[in-house]
Design a protein around this ligand. Structure first.
Ligand SMILES: CCCCCCCCCC/C=C\CC(=O)SCCNC(=O)CCNC(=O)[C@H](O)C(C)(C)COP(=O)(O)OP(=O)(O)OC[C@H]1O[C@@H](n2cnc3c(N)ncnc32)[C@H](O)[C@@H]1OP(=O)(O)O
Length: 302
C-alpha cells in the first residue's frame, strides 16, 4: 500500500529537507550508504532502523524524545522507514521498540491537537489513519517490544502488531485512556481492540479508559507475553523467529483475510472519519480539556 496523498507530499518535503537514511548513527562510523555489507544501520531523524538481513528482520527504534509522541514529522519518518523495509525483499519481519527510556510512545502529539486550524487537524488525522492502516495491513510480521508506558496512540501502534511483548515494569502501562481525556476512540481503533481482547473486555477498557499494568495486560490479552525487562529484546526476536518459520505467502494471505473487514471499514469511510475528527477536535469544550491537560503535563516538573 502506497503512502496517501497528504502524507506522501509531506514525506517528499521531509526527504528534500534531508530526513533520509544516513550514517553515521549514534556517533558510530558506519559504511557509506549502499555499502552492501548487510549490517549497516540506517536512520532518519526520529526512527533508528537496525537491519539484520541474514535473519530477514529489522528492529525499528522510535527515537523522538522526550516521549515519542506522534507528531506529523514522526509519523511521516516512521512510514518512510517502514516503506523502505517493505520494498526490500530481504526483510520479512520488524520488531518495533523505543529508544526513549521508559516510554514506548505517549500517543498522539497533543500540540498537534490544540489551537490549530481545521486544515491542520484534517492533515494530522489523515496521517494517523495512514499510520494505522500501513501497520495494520503490513505484509511483514510485526512484533511490538514494549519497553515503556504505552497509552492511547502508543497503544494504537502496538495493537496493529501481530504480537505484543511487554517488559515487566509496573510503570509500563498499556491501554486506550481516551475517555479519561474526554475524547472518543475512532471506530476502527475500537474494532482493533475488540479483535484483540473481545467485546466485553473492550467495553470496560474503553469506557473506563483503562491503562493495564503488565500482569493485568497479560490477563486481559492486550499483550501476548510479559517478560523481565532485560529479556525483552531477545524474547521479541525469538517470537519473531517462530513466525518467520511460516511460509510468507500463506501467513500474509491469512493475515490479510483476518484483517480485511476491519481495515475496509476505515478505507471506505476515510473522508467521513476525517470530517468527524475535525468537527470533534475543533469543539471549544474539547480544546479546553486538551489544553488544560497539556498544561498540567508541562507543569508536572515545575
Ligand atoms: C467521535 C469522532 C472521533 C473523534 C476522535 C477523537 C480523537 C481520538 C484519538 C484517539 C487516539 C489517540 C489519542 C491520544 O493518543 S491522545 C494522547 C494521550 N497521551 C497521554 O495522555 C500521555 C501523556 N503523557 C504522559 O502521561 C507522560 O508524558 C508519560 C508518557 C507517562 C511520560 O512521563 P514523563 O514523566 O517521562 O515525561 P513528561 O515530563 O510527562 O513529558 C515530557 C515532555 O513531553 C510532553 N508530552 C508528554 N506527552 C505528550 C503528548 N502526548 N503530546 C505532546 N507532548 C507530550 C510533556 O508535556 C513534557 O513537555 P515539556 O518537556 O514539559 O515541554
Amino acid at each position: 500500500m502506497a503512502l496517501a496523498g497528504g502524507v506522501r507530499v509531506r514525506a517528499r518535503a521531509l526527504l528534500r529537507a534531508g530526513a533520509q537514511f544516513r550514517g553515521p548513527v549514534l556517533g558510530r562510523p558506519e559504511p557509506a550508504a549502499g555499502g552492501g555489507d548487510g549490517t549497516r544501520r540506517f536512520a532518519n531523524l526520529r526512527v533508528l532502523v537496525e537491519p539484520d538481513p541474514a535473519a530477514g528482520v529489522a528492529v525499528m527504534k522510535l527515537k523522538s524524545p522526550p516521549v515519542n509522541s506522534l507528531s506529523l514529522e514522526f509519523m511521516t519518518e516512521f512510514l518512510i522507514s517502514l516503506e523502505k523495509l517493505e520494498n526490500d525483499k530481504a526483510f520479512r519481519g520488524v520488531v518495533i521498540t523505543s529508544d526513549c527510556p521508559g516510554v514506548f510512545s505517549a500517543g498522539l502529539d497533543l500540540t498537534e491537537l490544540c489551537g490549530q486550524n481545521p486544515a491542520h487537524y484534517a492533515e494530522y488525522w489523515k496521517a494517523v489513519q495512514e499510520l494505522w492502516l500501513r501497520l495494520f495491513l503490513s505484509n511483514m510480521v510485526l512484533v511490538a517490544a514494549i519497553n515503556g508506558v504505552c497509552p492511547a496512540g502508543g497503544c494504537l501502534m502496538a495493537l496493529t502488531c501481530d504480537v505484543r511483548v511487554l517488559a515487566d515494569n509496573p510503570k509500563f502501562v498499556i491501554g486506550l485512556k481516551e475517555t479519561q481525556l474526554g475524547i472518543v476512540v475512532p471506530f476502527w481503533l475500537k474494532d482493533n481492540l475488540v479483535n484483540t481482547i473481545g467485546h466485553r473486555a473492550s467495553e470496560h477498557a474503553l469506557q473506563l479508559g483503562l491503562l493495564f499494568p503488565p500482569a493485568e495486560a497479560l490477563q486481559v490479552g492486550i499483550v501476548d507475553q510479559v517478560v523481565p525487562e532485560d529479556q525483552l529484546q531477545s524474547t521479541a526476536l525469538s517470537v519473531m523467529a517462530r513466525w518467520m518459520a511460516i511460509p510468507d505467502h500463506a501467513r500474509h494471505l491469512t493475515k490479510a483475510m483476518m484483517r480485511k473487514a476491519t481495515a475496509d471499514s476505515l478505507i471506505k469511510h476515510r473522508d467521513a472519519d476525517i470530517q468527524n475528527f475535525v468537527n470533534f477536535i475543533s469543539r471549544d469544550s474539547i480544546q479546553k480539556t486538551l489544553q488544560v491537560y497539556l498544561q498540567k503535563l508541562k507543569q508536572k516538573k515545575g
